[in-house]
Design a binder for this molecule. Structure first.
Ligand code: BV8
Length: 256
Protein backbone atom coordinates (compact mmCIF):
# COMPACT_ATOMS: atom_id res chain seq x y z
CA UNK A 1 0.00 0.00 0.00
CA UNK A 2 2.08 2.98 -1.15
CA UNK A 3 2.25 6.12 0.99
CA UNK A 4 -0.19 7.80 -1.35
CA UNK A 5 -2.85 5.26 -0.38
CA UNK A 6 -2.79 6.25 3.30
CA UNK A 7 -5.14 9.12 4.15
CA UNK A 8 -2.87 12.21 4.43
CA UNK A 9 -4.62 13.35 7.61
CA UNK A 10 -3.99 9.90 9.17
CA UNK A 11 -0.31 10.14 8.27
CA UNK A 12 -0.03 13.62 9.74
CA UNK A 13 -1.80 12.49 12.94
CA UNK A 14 0.81 9.72 13.24
CA UNK A 15 3.64 12.14 12.58
CA UNK A 16 2.40 14.56 15.27
CA UNK A 17 1.45 11.91 17.86
CA UNK A 18 3.49 11.78 21.06
CA UNK A 19 1.83 8.53 22.25
CA UNK A 20 0.66 5.77 19.89
CA UNK A 21 -1.19 2.68 21.17
CA UNK A 22 -1.78 -0.46 19.09
CA UNK A 23 -4.07 -3.43 19.81
CA UNK A 24 -3.34 -6.59 17.84
CA UNK A 25 -5.39 -9.74 17.29
CA UNK A 26 -5.00 -13.10 15.60
CA UNK A 27 -5.02 -11.52 12.13
CA UNK A 28 -1.50 -10.15 12.77
CA UNK A 29 -0.19 -13.71 13.30
CA UNK A 30 -2.25 -15.32 10.53
CA UNK A 31 0.52 -14.81 7.92
CA UNK A 32 2.97 -16.57 10.24
CA UNK A 33 0.86 -19.72 10.07
CA UNK A 34 -0.94 -19.31 13.41
CA UNK A 35 -4.62 -20.08 12.74
CA UNK A 36 -6.82 -17.18 13.82
CA UNK A 37 -8.85 -17.97 16.87
CA UNK A 38 -11.92 -18.94 14.92
CA UNK A 39 -9.90 -20.88 12.30
CA UNK A 40 -7.97 -22.59 15.09
CA UNK A 41 -10.47 -25.38 14.79
CA UNK A 42 -9.56 -26.75 11.39
CA UNK A 43 -8.84 -30.45 11.22
CA UNK A 44 -9.05 -32.32 14.49
CA UNK A 45 -10.84 -29.51 16.28
CA UNK A 46 -13.44 -28.78 13.59
CA UNK A 47 -16.14 -30.53 15.61
CA UNK A 48 -15.65 -28.26 18.65
CA UNK A 49 -16.81 -24.68 19.34
CA UNK A 50 -13.76 -22.64 20.48
CA UNK A 51 -15.94 -20.77 22.92
CA UNK A 52 -16.60 -24.12 24.56
CA UNK A 53 -12.92 -25.11 24.67
CA UNK A 54 -11.39 -21.86 25.97
CA UNK A 55 -13.24 -21.92 29.31
CA UNK A 56 -12.43 -23.05 32.87
CA UNK A 57 -15.54 -25.25 32.76
CA UNK A 58 -14.22 -27.15 29.72
CA UNK A 59 -10.89 -27.75 31.46
CA UNK A 60 -12.60 -28.91 34.65
CA UNK A 61 -14.85 -31.24 32.64
CA UNK A 62 -12.17 -32.66 30.33
CA UNK A 63 -8.60 -31.64 31.25
CA UNK A 64 -7.17 -34.28 28.88
CA UNK A 65 -8.80 -32.88 25.70
CA UNK A 66 -8.24 -29.23 26.65
CA UNK A 67 -4.56 -29.78 27.58
CA UNK A 68 -4.09 -31.65 24.28
CA UNK A 69 -5.68 -28.74 22.30
CA UNK A 70 -3.46 -26.17 23.96
CA UNK A 71 -0.29 -28.27 23.70
CA UNK A 72 -0.98 -28.80 19.97
CA UNK A 73 -1.41 -25.01 19.51
CA UNK A 74 1.78 -24.41 21.55
CA UNK A 75 3.79 -26.81 19.37
CA UNK A 76 2.47 -25.12 16.21
CA UNK A 77 3.36 -21.65 17.49
CA UNK A 78 6.91 -22.79 18.33
CA UNK A 79 7.35 -23.59 14.60
CA UNK A 80 6.03 -20.18 13.47
CA UNK A 81 8.16 -17.14 12.73
CA UNK A 82 7.30 -13.42 12.97
CA UNK A 83 5.91 -12.03 9.69
CA UNK A 84 6.42 -8.53 8.16
CA UNK A 85 3.57 -7.13 10.30
CA UNK A 86 5.30 -8.19 13.54
CA UNK A 87 8.65 -6.90 12.28
CA UNK A 88 7.19 -3.55 11.18
CA UNK A 89 5.57 -3.01 14.60
CA UNK A 90 8.89 -3.77 16.36
CA UNK A 91 10.74 -1.38 14.03
CA UNK A 92 8.10 1.33 14.57
CA UNK A 93 8.42 1.02 18.36
CA UNK A 94 12.20 1.45 18.11
CA UNK A 95 11.89 4.45 15.76
CA UNK A 96 9.35 6.23 17.98
CA UNK A 97 11.32 5.51 21.15
CA UNK A 98 14.45 7.00 19.55
CA UNK A 99 12.37 10.12 18.82
CA UNK A 100 11.34 10.36 22.49
CA UNK A 101 7.77 9.29 21.74
CA UNK A 102 5.88 6.37 23.31
CA UNK A 103 4.51 3.30 21.56
CA UNK A 104 2.39 0.81 23.52
CA UNK A 105 1.64 -2.61 22.04
CA UNK A 106 -1.36 -4.40 23.55
CA UNK A 107 -1.93 -7.89 22.20
CA UNK A 108 -4.74 -10.41 22.43
CA UNK A 109 -2.41 -12.96 20.87
CA UNK A 110 -0.93 -15.73 22.97
CA UNK A 111 1.87 -16.73 20.55
CA UNK A 112 4.69 -14.36 21.67
CA UNK A 113 5.56 -13.60 18.01
CA UNK A 114 5.66 -9.86 18.77
CA UNK A 115 8.46 -10.50 21.26
CA UNK A 116 10.22 -12.80 18.78
CA UNK A 117 10.14 -9.91 16.28
CA UNK A 118 11.82 -7.58 18.81
CA UNK A 119 8.84 -5.75 20.33
CA UNK A 120 9.38 -4.97 24.01
CA UNK A 121 7.06 -4.24 26.95
CA UNK A 122 4.28 -6.09 25.12
CA UNK A 123 1.04 -6.06 27.12
CA UNK A 124 -0.25 -9.66 26.84
CA UNK A 125 -3.86 -9.22 27.95
CA UNK A 126 -4.80 -12.86 27.24
CA UNK A 127 -1.66 -14.59 28.51
CA UNK A 128 0.63 -16.96 26.58
CA UNK A 129 0.41 -20.45 25.05
CA UNK A 130 4.07 -20.97 25.99
CA UNK A 131 3.31 -20.80 29.71
CA UNK A 132 1.52 -23.31 31.96
CA UNK A 133 0.27 -22.66 35.51
CA UNK A 134 -0.13 -25.07 38.44
CA UNK A 135 -3.74 -25.04 39.64
CA UNK A 136 -2.54 -25.58 43.22
CA UNK A 137 0.54 -23.35 43.65
CA UNK A 138 -0.30 -20.89 40.80
CA UNK A 139 3.40 -21.19 39.80
CA UNK A 140 3.92 -20.39 36.09
CA UNK A 141 6.29 -22.38 33.88
CA UNK A 142 7.41 -21.39 30.38
CA UNK A 143 7.78 -24.59 28.32
CA UNK A 144 9.31 -24.54 24.83
CA UNK A 145 10.01 -28.28 24.67
CA UNK A 146 8.29 -31.09 22.74
CA UNK A 147 4.82 -32.50 23.28
CA UNK A 148 3.87 -33.32 26.84
CA UNK A 149 4.38 -37.04 27.59
CA UNK A 150 0.79 -37.40 28.76
CA UNK A 151 -2.33 -35.26 29.35
CA UNK A 152 -3.20 -33.59 31.59
CA UNK A 153 0.18 -32.78 33.11
CA UNK A 154 0.68 -32.18 36.82
CA UNK A 155 3.31 -30.05 38.63
CA UNK A 156 5.61 -31.48 41.29
CA UNK A 157 3.09 -30.15 43.81
CA UNK A 158 0.59 -32.51 42.20
CA UNK A 159 -1.66 -29.74 40.84
CA UNK A 160 -3.05 -29.94 37.29
CA UNK A 161 -1.08 -27.75 34.87
CA UNK A 162 -3.37 -25.40 32.85
CA UNK A 163 -2.35 -23.11 30.00
CA UNK A 164 -1.49 -19.63 31.36
CA UNK A 165 -4.06 -17.97 29.10
CA UNK A 166 -7.21 -16.02 29.98
CA UNK A 167 -10.29 -18.14 29.31
CA UNK A 168 -13.77 -16.80 28.57
CA UNK A 169 -15.36 -15.84 31.85
CA UNK A 170 -11.97 -15.18 33.48
CA UNK A 171 -10.71 -11.72 34.39
CA UNK A 172 -7.70 -10.32 32.55
CA UNK A 173 -4.44 -10.16 34.55
CA UNK A 174 -4.81 -7.00 36.67
CA UNK A 175 -1.49 -5.43 35.72
CA UNK A 176 -2.05 -6.04 32.00
CA UNK A 177 -5.61 -4.70 32.11
CA UNK A 178 -4.50 -1.58 33.99
CA UNK A 179 -1.63 -0.93 31.57
CA UNK A 180 -3.90 -1.41 28.55
CA UNK A 181 -6.57 0.93 29.93
CA UNK A 182 -3.94 3.56 30.75
CA UNK A 183 -2.49 3.37 27.21
CA UNK A 184 -5.96 3.60 25.66
CA UNK A 185 -6.85 6.67 27.74
CA UNK A 186 -3.51 8.39 27.24
CA UNK A 187 -2.69 7.88 23.56
CA UNK A 188 -3.03 10.41 20.73
CA UNK A 189 -3.60 7.67 18.13
CA UNK A 190 -5.07 4.17 18.71
CA UNK A 191 -4.79 1.53 15.97
CA UNK A 192 -6.63 -1.82 16.06
CA UNK A 193 -4.89 -4.40 13.83
CA UNK A 194 -5.99 -7.91 12.81
CA UNK A 195 -8.86 -8.36 15.23
CA UNK A 196 -12.54 -9.11 14.77
CA UNK A 197 -13.26 -6.61 17.59
CA UNK A 198 -15.73 -9.07 19.15
CA UNK A 199 -14.01 -10.02 22.42
CA UNK A 200 -14.25 -7.74 25.44
CA UNK A 201 -12.83 -5.99 27.35
CA UNK A 202 -10.11 -5.90 24.59
CA UNK A 203 -12.52 -4.55 21.96
CA UNK A 204 -13.47 -1.76 24.37
CA UNK A 205 -10.01 -0.15 24.42
CA UNK A 206 -10.61 1.49 21.04
CA UNK A 207 -13.80 3.11 22.39
CA UNK A 208 -11.90 4.27 25.51
CA UNK A 209 -9.27 5.89 23.29
CA UNK A 210 -11.92 7.58 21.12
CA UNK A 211 -13.72 8.87 24.23
CA UNK A 212 -10.40 10.33 25.41
CA UNK A 213 -10.04 12.25 22.16
CA UNK A 214 -7.59 9.97 20.33
CA UNK A 215 -7.58 9.52 16.57
CA UNK A 216 -8.60 5.90 15.89
CA UNK A 217 -7.82 3.56 13.01
CA UNK A 218 -8.37 -0.05 12.04
CA UNK A 219 -6.21 -2.26 9.80
CA UNK A 220 -7.98 -5.55 9.11
CA UNK A 221 -8.68 -8.02 6.29
CA UNK A 222 -12.44 -7.75 6.79
CA UNK A 223 -14.81 -5.10 8.17
CA UNK A 224 -15.64 -5.48 11.88
CA UNK A 225 -18.06 -3.88 14.39
CA UNK A 226 -15.32 -1.26 14.94
CA UNK A 227 -15.11 -0.26 11.27
CA UNK A 228 -17.96 2.26 11.57
CA UNK A 229 -16.43 3.75 14.73
CA UNK A 230 -12.85 4.43 13.67
CA UNK A 231 -11.68 7.64 11.98
CA UNK A 232 -9.63 5.68 9.41
CA UNK A 233 -10.25 2.12 8.17
CA UNK A 234 -7.72 0.25 6.01
CA UNK A 235 -8.88 -3.13 4.70
CA UNK A 236 -6.14 -5.58 3.76
CA UNK A 237 -3.38 -7.84 5.00
CA UNK A 238 -1.45 -6.63 8.06
CA UNK A 239 1.72 -8.11 6.53
CA UNK A 240 1.33 -5.79 3.54
CA UNK A 241 -0.07 -2.64 5.13
CA UNK A 242 2.10 -2.40 8.26
CA UNK A 243 5.53 -2.26 6.55
CA UNK A 244 4.21 0.40 4.12
CA UNK A 245 2.77 2.45 7.01
CA UNK A 246 6.05 2.41 8.94
CA UNK A 247 7.98 3.42 5.81
CA UNK A 248 5.53 6.29 5.23
CA UNK A 249 5.97 7.47 8.84
CA UNK A 250 9.75 7.20 8.68
CA UNK A 251 9.85 9.12 5.39
CA UNK A 252 7.82 11.92 6.92
CA UNK A 253 10.06 12.12 9.96
CA UNK A 254 13.06 12.29 7.69
CA UNK A 255 11.53 15.21 5.79
CA UNK A 256 10.71 17.25 8.95
C1 BV8 B 1 -14.04 -11.15 31.08
C2 BV8 B 1 -7.04 -16.74 25.10
C3 BV8 B 1 -15.01 -10.68 33.18
C4 BV8 B 1 -7.49 -18.17 25.10
C5 BV8 B 1 -9.04 -15.46 24.49
C6 BV8 B 1 -18.41 -7.21 27.89
C7 BV8 B 1 -17.45 -6.82 28.83
C8 BV8 B 1 -16.64 -7.78 29.42
C9 BV8 B 1 -16.77 -9.12 29.06
C10 BV8 B 1 -17.70 -9.50 28.14
C11 BV8 B 1 -18.51 -8.55 27.55
N1 BV8 B 1 -19.33 -9.20 26.70
C12 BV8 B 1 -19.04 -10.52 26.72
C13 BV8 B 1 -18.07 -10.73 27.59
C14 BV8 B 1 -17.50 -12.03 27.89
C15 BV8 B 1 -16.33 -12.41 26.99
C16 BV8 B 1 -16.50 -11.97 25.58
O1 BV8 B 1 -15.97 -10.95 25.16
N2 BV8 B 1 -17.23 -12.76 24.80
C17 BV8 B 1 -17.41 -12.43 23.40
C18 BV8 B 1 -17.30 -13.68 22.56
C19 BV8 B 1 -18.76 -11.76 23.25
N3 BV8 B 1 -15.11 -11.86 27.54
C20 BV8 B 1 -14.46 -12.55 28.49
O2 BV8 B 1 -14.87 -13.59 28.98
C21 BV8 B 1 -13.17 -11.94 28.98
N4 BV8 B 1 -13.20 -11.95 30.43
O3 BV8 B 1 -14.73 -10.35 30.56
O4 BV8 B 1 -14.04 -11.38 32.42
C22 BV8 B 1 -14.68 -10.97 34.58
C23 BV8 B 1 -14.36 -9.89 35.41
C24 BV8 B 1 -14.07 -10.16 36.74
C25 BV8 B 1 -14.06 -11.47 37.22
C26 BV8 B 1 -14.35 -12.54 36.36
C27 BV8 B 1 -14.68 -12.28 35.04
C28 BV8 B 1 -11.98 -12.80 28.62
C29 BV8 B 1 -11.82 -12.86 27.13
C30 BV8 B 1 -10.50 -13.56 26.77
C31 BV8 B 1 -10.77 -14.89 26.15
N5 BV8 B 1 -9.51 -15.51 25.70
N6 BV8 B 1 -7.84 -15.98 24.14
C32 BV8 B 1 -7.10 -18.90 23.83
O5 BV8 B 1 -6.43 -18.32 22.96
O6 BV8 B 1 -7.48 -20.08 23.72
S1 BV8 B 1 -9.95 -14.68 23.31
C33 BV8 B 1 -9.39 -15.15 21.80
O7 BV8 B 1 -10.42 -14.82 20.91
C34 BV8 B 1 -8.22 -14.36 21.31
O8 BV8 B 1 -7.27 -14.11 22.32
C35 BV8 B 1 -8.83 -13.11 20.80
O9 BV8 B 1 -8.96 -12.14 21.77
C36 BV8 B 1 -10.20 -13.59 20.43
C37 BV8 B 1 -10.29 -13.73 18.94
O10 BV8 B 1 -10.24 -12.49 18.50
P1 BV8 B 1 -9.25 -12.08 17.33
O11 BV8 B 1 -7.87 -12.00 17.84
O12 BV8 B 1 -9.86 -10.88 16.78
O13 BV8 B 1 -9.27 -13.27 16.29
P2 BV8 B 1 -10.46 -13.62 15.29
O14 BV8 B 1 -10.16 -14.93 14.70
O15 BV8 B 1 -11.77 -13.40 15.96
O16 BV8 B 1 -10.36 -12.47 14.17
C38 BV8 B 1 -9.20 -12.36 13.38
C39 BV8 B 1 -9.37 -11.12 12.53
O17 BV8 B 1 -8.20 -10.96 11.75
C40 BV8 B 1 -10.54 -11.20 11.57
O18 BV8 B 1 -11.30 -10.01 11.68
C41 BV8 B 1 -9.89 -11.29 10.18
O19 BV8 B 1 -10.59 -10.52 9.22
C42 BV8 B 1 -8.55 -10.65 10.42
N7 BV8 B 1 -7.46 -11.18 9.60
C43 BV8 B 1 -7.22 -12.46 9.24
N8 BV8 B 1 -6.06 -12.51 8.53
C44 BV8 B 1 -5.58 -11.24 8.47
C45 BV8 B 1 -6.47 -10.39 9.15
N9 BV8 B 1 -6.26 -9.06 9.27
C46 BV8 B 1 -5.15 -8.55 8.69
N10 BV8 B 1 -4.25 -9.31 8.02
C47 BV8 B 1 -4.44 -10.65 7.89
N11 BV8 B 1 -3.52 -11.39 7.21
Amino acid sequence: MPDSEFHPEFLSALREARHIAVLTGAGVSAESGVPTFRDALTGLWSKYDPMQLATPEAFARDPDTISRWYDERRLNVLKCKPNPAHLALAQWQQMLTEQGRTFTLITQNVDRLHQAAGSTSVIEIHGSLLEWRCQVTQRVFEYRGGAFPHYPMRSEAGGLLRPNVVWFGEALPEDAARAAEHAAGFCDVFISIGTSALVYPAAGYLHMAKASGAITAEINRDPTPATETVDYSMLGRAGGIMPALVVACAAAQGSR
